[in-house]
Design a protein around this ligand. Structure first.
Ligand SMILES: [Zn+2]
Ligand SMILES: [Zn+2]
Length: 210
């Protein structure tokens, strides 16, 4: 056959070693994704800590919340609310659970409180991550979204302003979120490639659909 180059990890993209044959991603990348997932869940996880940041009585306010003690400006309460509410982090996770379940790689949760739903989603994704590493073709996108979720919460908790994420909708109906400085992405629904400006144009479609 052709002298095809040996396969590379779709994330880093290191050449896969002998013991990684048949996988989409290398073991270190799998480990990193697992760490990010683990950080998000649990009573002391990033999601729970972000929920503690919600300022009571400031829901719906557009103004920035200023912390009293340190004097550093805090990110908008609005952003924390949208990340912690239904449609935020929990939906990012559950969208992947739904996607993985269609590959037989995850078990859908039974609902419940948001924190419980986050924990259940993280649990099933972590449980199946090793199998997904050789069976799920979109692990790069998964890894990126999980890492972005973790980074975004860490940035808020540490007090810096995280890049604003905007939901975009591909004409095929697939929704994802991008930042204003996105390099572009490939739609996981239909495979269409979007560059920076094309990606940002899709935000209009989202508003129309909403
Ligand atoms: Zn890798
Ligand atoms: Zn699409």
């Amino acid at each position: 056959m052709n002298d095809a180059p040996s396969p590379r990890c779709v994330i880093c993209p290191r050449q896969l070693l002998d013991h990684e044959t048949g996988r989409y991603i290398c073991l270190p990348c799998e480990h990193r994704i697992d760490q990010d997932l683990r950080k998000l869940a649990g009573p002391a996880g990033l999601y729970a800590r972000l929920c503690l940041r919600i300022q009571p009585g400031r829901g719906g306010s557009d103004g920035p919340v200023v912390s009293g003690s340190s004097g550093h400006p805090m990110p908008c309460n609005e952003q924390i609310l949208s990340l912690t509410a239904n449609g935020g982090i929990v939906s990012t996770l559950e969208t992947w659970v739904e996607d993985w379940a269609s590959y037989g790689l995850a078990r859908r949760g039974a609902g419940g409180r948001l924190q419980h739903r986050v924990d259940v989603a993280v649990e099933t994704l972590r449980l199946n991550l090793t199998r997904a590493a050789s069976r799920h073709p979109a692990l790069d996108e998964f890894g990126r979204e999980i890492q972005q979720a973790a980074r975004q919460i860490e940035a808020i908790i540490s007090g810096e302003r995280a890049p604003r994420r905007i939901p975009v909708t591909c004409p095929c109906g697939t929704v994802r979120s991008v930042t204003l400085d996105t390099d572009g992405f490939q739609c996981r629904g239909c495979g269409t490639e979007y560059g920076h400006s094309e990606a940002l144009k899709l935000t209009v479609a989202e508003r129309r659909a909403a």
